[in-house]
Design a protein around this ligand. Sequence first.
Ligand SMILES: [Zn+2]
Length: 330
Amino acid sequence: MSEMHQFLFDGLPVRGQLVRLTESWQEILHRRAENAETGAYPLSVQVLLGEMTAAATLMQALLKFDGDLVLQIFGNGPLKLAVVEVKSDLSLRSTAKTIGAVEPGATLTQMVNVNNQGKCAITLDPKSRFPGQQPYQGVVPLFDDLGQPIDRISEVLEHYMLQSEQLDTKLILAANDKVAAGLLVQRMPVQGEGNLSAKSTQADEDQIGVNEDFKRIAMLASTLSPEELLSLEPDAILHRLFWDEPLMRYEPLKGSNAPRFVCSCSKERVSQMILGLGQEEAESILSEMPNIEVGCEFCGRQYVFDAIDAAQIFTPPVVKPQVLPPEHLH
Ligand SMILES: [Zn+2]
């Protein structure tokens, strides 16, 4: 079963999370494999999307953002787009679009960052926006400060956390066809709530990368191999890495609170999209084929609109006379 573990190091300015997605990740892969149009993901795309799905889930659990966290990678190369969306209740969905063959063993650079044009975007879209409010978006390139391409998505995201949040972060990610998993440890914001460390208020420790406790814990985390992350149970991983550290664990998110696959697509949303196309465009499609068919990229569901359905989309709703309940009649 998928699960999320959150923990602190007692008295130290360091927190961590471990996520293990199993049936939710398998569901995403299964739906893709069932899609006759696309077929299963090439192996390299599967690994990248799994790692991104684990990472986005970790980031949402960390931020507890009341809305959608969307992690995207796009650029040039055979992988056009990879996208993961995680809601505040940790329901999630992800998909990738390829245009052309992805070679076995293709790296992140070969897939999406040819000519260093690749980008990683993190969007926070609030559940309820006030009028005119735009979602917050941070974009980072897929290369380091020296212009060298970064070949691991974990490093891209560590870079992002450092640039946008000024937070040292160590991220270990791994995915195969059964499990997508991630371990994150982060130096806690000095002024942040929930910071239990008295030490970290000292000015000299308020510098990025100089906290000895964080450095030691990040070093321990980095000894975790992808194979261990994928095959060991969370309890075994945390014990193996941090047995000698003052680990304080929260109640794990399991069962109905666990991260899980949910697709938020609906006939209404697809209708809105067709409405956006305009009547002329919709009629032009229907002059060439019997139905307008729209497939959801995330879950593979097919939405079919025939000419009558389409006409209804463009017919303004009839305003029904309101019947008041008896207590409102005078
Ligand atoms: Zn869907």
